[in-house]
Design a protein around this ligand. Structure first.
Ligand code: ADP
Ligand code: MG
Length: 765
């Protein structure tokens, strides 16, 4: 079943070529014990390894069950060992990561067979290792380890057993036991043993092949029937001659010399005819050249259970703990830098603005427009000094704006809010000021005005006191105020004129029909209160300021901003408020009187020459939308508008929240940081990849022996690869996990620091 033909194997080390096998051909018998004998370096191990498929020949072929190694694929060598060969080495090569039983069972499982505990236990007791299955190899003696290796070689019941100096590391008594075991096995199997001990060879071998310098120098087989009768049995002082034996000349000489040697009296007796005793007689092996066998037998491809890969991979990982910790930590640091960097790169100001608004206490979304006007046109001619015809028309988001935006963004509904000027209209002087609580003192202005129909359609706010405003004429401009502003009046009282005494307000009846005077700059504006509307605001985050008499600047501006960009600061006016004033120029008298001044003032402050600042010139107005529904989507849409331009209409959109400026400041820091961090992150990524690679390759190097053992047992390259995959996977997962936690921690710290500084610049993931 096993033939090798014209094998040549050369090794080249440092440019020097050694021919380990020079044209070796052997027909191995089906069973029996074949010894490969020879001096060290004569090529015995090489022949065994090539014949056993551990190594491939440079020339010649190995023929297994009629199949030539010339037709083998690389993995066929592995499958051949896996199927037919049990290897035993001098260095009882068993795997320290596995238990004794697992070492034995592994060979079985590599064949894709069930782990047979009973069989393993039986084999272990056959090699006198009963009950040792659960032990770790490093608790065994050398002889015991070798017997584990024998049990492993036997468990798959291979047709061939190959042993390379199996007793080399054992004392002679233990060695004898091993040979006895092998001898027993050779009754049914082919046992090939490499040895340099001629005594053992002659005692056990059926055939002895002697090698020298890579060539076969002798090939002898034990001859049958070469037994002799023992005619003389020599004792201390007694010589027994077998009864009726035909004494040879040689034996006569032996009797004479016995008598001569002993000066005192000796006994010469005639005993029974003794048993025959065989004597080692070897004759040249004389086999007729064997015909090539029919191809038979099938190779079993190894199936390496993942359990073992996992166990060994994990255990190999622990091989160098300091290096492991070092590698993991460094790679984790690299991951962290990389993670933080990737957050910088994937950072989107729009999303951050949106999520900041989403997370904030604002319950209203505000969009502002800035119309661009110039005092001088492109030809250098001054624009009409009366432009804008009315400040109101330019300040207003008109119906076209709103319709266009609502069509484009169906999830939104916008309430146009117009103000007479950039600054809020201060109603503060109509409120009392004695013993002002800090909280309500911040709710004393109108940020703008919205018409009642728009409010009712788009917000669904309910009237909580009085009625909706109906009249918007010069003499009687009606307004509904927010609950929040009403509460401020209740807290602070009402004052009709500067210097007048403060009327306490305890119910709506106390305020109903009274005129609130609002001012901005030099302009005064008169509004008659007819109702209170619940604008559903929630300022509870600043509730604590209700009892405080003062607050920090940050708290003050935050509370004012929260109030300003909410419907609470909007005066709700009658339907035709805007048109009435625009078309009929029916602005309240004080306003009309001031209009000239205001316009001049505005013109002076807000326009500029085209040449100096082609983009300059400012007119503002607002759109308010409630964030009580579709909050996240609305926040995102609003922020998509932020800092966008409608070129055709010379309009620039933005959201007025102060945090957007802080985020924009962060953007600039980021854009400066990225070019510095990017190469560092890339370098660290490469560095950590190298570290991991280095760790794995060091591990491969350190585990050569184990790899060799696995291969000898029949594992394919892919099986060994699995172990390193486990090792690599666990290692990278560990680094990745640490890296992720680290990145999160770094971002959390960065966020905390930046938020503490009032800079909401980082949004992780
Ligand atoms: P033996 O088992 O009879 O002691 P080997 O078969 O191990 O001898 O070696 C035969 C020759 O081949 C020796 O000269 C040895 O140095 C050489 N040899 C064996 N294996 C290798 C190898 N992997 N690389 C280089 N030379 C080798
Ligand atoms: Mg050797």
């Amino acid at each position: 079943m096993l033939q090798v033909k014209h094998l040549v194997k050369r090794y080249t080390t440092k440019g020097e070529t050694i021919t380990a096998l020079a044209d070796v051909s052997v027909d191995f018998p089906e069973k029996g014990m074949v010894f490969l004998l020879g001096k060290s370096g004569s090529g015995k191990s090489t022949l065994l390894n090539v014949a056993g498929g551990l190594d491939s020949p440079d020339e010649g072929e190995v023929i297994v069950k009629g199949k030539s190694s010339k037709d083998f694929s690389k993995s066929d060598f592995d499958s051949y060992r896996n199927t037919y060969v049990g290897f035993i080495f001098q260095e009882y090569n068993i795997l320290n990561e596995l238990t004794v039983a697992e070492n034995v069972a592994l060979a079985l499982e590599l064949q894709g067979r069930e782990r047979d505990e009973a069989l393993v236990e039986k084999l272990l007791s056959e090699v006198d290792l009963k009950g040792c299955g659960g032990r770790r190899p490093n608790t065994l003696s050398g002889g015991q380890k070798q017997r584990v290796a024998i049990a492993r070689a036997l468990v798959k019941d291979p047709e061939i057993i190959m042993a390379d100096e199996p007793t080399g590391a054992l004392d002679s008594a233990t060695g004898m036991q091993v040979f006895d075991t092998l001898k027993k096995l050779s009754a049914e199997k082919l046992v090939v043993v490499v040895s340099h001990d001629r005594g053992f060879a002659e005692h056990y071998a059926d055939r002895i092949i002697e090698l020298a310098d890579g060539k076969i120098v002798s090939d002898v087989s034990r001859s049958e029937g070469e037994s002799v009768y023992v005619n003389l049995t020599e004792g201390e002082r007694e010589l027994t001659v077998a009864c009726g034996a035909a004494i040879t000349e040689e034996e006569t000489q032996k009797v004479v010399s016995f008598l001569k040697r002993h000066k005192e009296s000796v006994t010469l007796t005639v005993g029974e005819k003794t048993a025959e005793r065989s004597r080692a007689v070897f004759r040249a092996t004389d086999l007729p050249p064997q015909p090539r066998e029919e191809e038979s037998g099938k190779f079993i491809r190894s199936a390496f259970p993942f359990r073992y890969a996992l166990k060994m991979g994990l255990s190999w990982l622990k091989f160098k703990p300091v290096r492991l910790i070092f590698t993991t930590l460094l790679a984790a640091v690299a991951f962290i830098v990389f993670g933080v960097f990737s957050t910088l790169v994937t950072y989107s100001p729009v999303k951050l603005n949106a999520s900041t608004l989403d997370d904030s206490a604002f319950s209203t979304g505000v969009l502002q427009k800035k119309g661009v006007v110039h005092s001088i046109n492109e030809e250098g001619e001054p624009y009409d000094r009366n432009f804008p015809a009315s400040p109101l028309s330019s300040l207003h988001f008109d119906a076209r704006d709103v319709a266009r935006l609502e069509e484009k963004y169906p999830e939104m509904d916008f309430v146009p809010v117009f103000s007479f000027h950039l600054d809020p209209l201060d109603v503060g002087f109509s409120m009392g000021s004695e013993g002002r609580g800090f909280y309500y003192s911040q709710m004393d202005f109108f940020n703008g005005f919205a018409e009642v129909d728009e409010i009712r359609q788009k917000t669904g706010f309910a009237l909580s006191e009085g009625r909706w405003p109906e009249v918007a004429t010069d003499s009687a401009c009606e307004v509904a105020i927010s609950r929040t502003m009403f509460e401020a009046f209740c807290a602070l009282g009402f004052r009709e004129e500067t210097g007048a005494s403060v009327l306490p307000i305890s119910s709506f009846a106390d305020l109903e029909g009274r005129n609130i005077f609002a001012t901005v700059g030099v302009t005064r504006f008169c509004l008659k209160v007819v109702g209170v509307v619940d604008t559903e605001e929630d300022f509870s985050v600043y509730e604590y300021l209700k009892t405080a008499s003062s607050a920090t600047d940050a708290e003050t501006s935050a509370l004012r901003e929260l109030y300003r960009y909410s419907f609470a600061s909007i005066g709700i006016v009658a339907e035709d408020f805007y048109e009435t004033y625009q078309e009929n120029d029916l602005a309240p008298s004080f306003y009309r009187n001031e209009q000239e001044n205001l316009q001049r003032d505005w013109w002076a402050r807000n326009t500029t020459s085209y040449e100096e600042h082609p983009e300059e010139g400012i007119l503002y107005s607002f759109l308010y939308t409630t964030l009580r529904k579709n909050r996240s989507a609305r926040c995102l849409t609003l922020m998509k508008f932020h800092r966008t331009t409608d070129e055709a209409r010379d309009i620039y959109y933005f959201t007025p929240y102060s945090f957007t400026d802080e985020i924009a400041a962060g953007d600039r820091t980021l854009s400066q940081t990225v070019p510095i961090v990017a190469p560092i992150a890339a370098a660290l990524a490469v560095f950590s990849a190298l570290l991991l690679f280095n760790f794995i390759s060091a591990s491969i190097n350190a585990k050569r022996r184990d790899v060799g053992v696995l291969r000898a047992v029949g594992a394919r390259g892919i099986d060994v690869f699995k172990i390193f995959m486990v090792e690599g996977f666990v290692l990278t997962s560990l680094c990745f996990l640490l890296g992720c936690c680290g990145s999160l921690a770094v971002c959390a710290v960065a966020n905390a620091v930046l938020v503490g500084k009032g800079i909401l610049a980082f949004g992780f993931f």
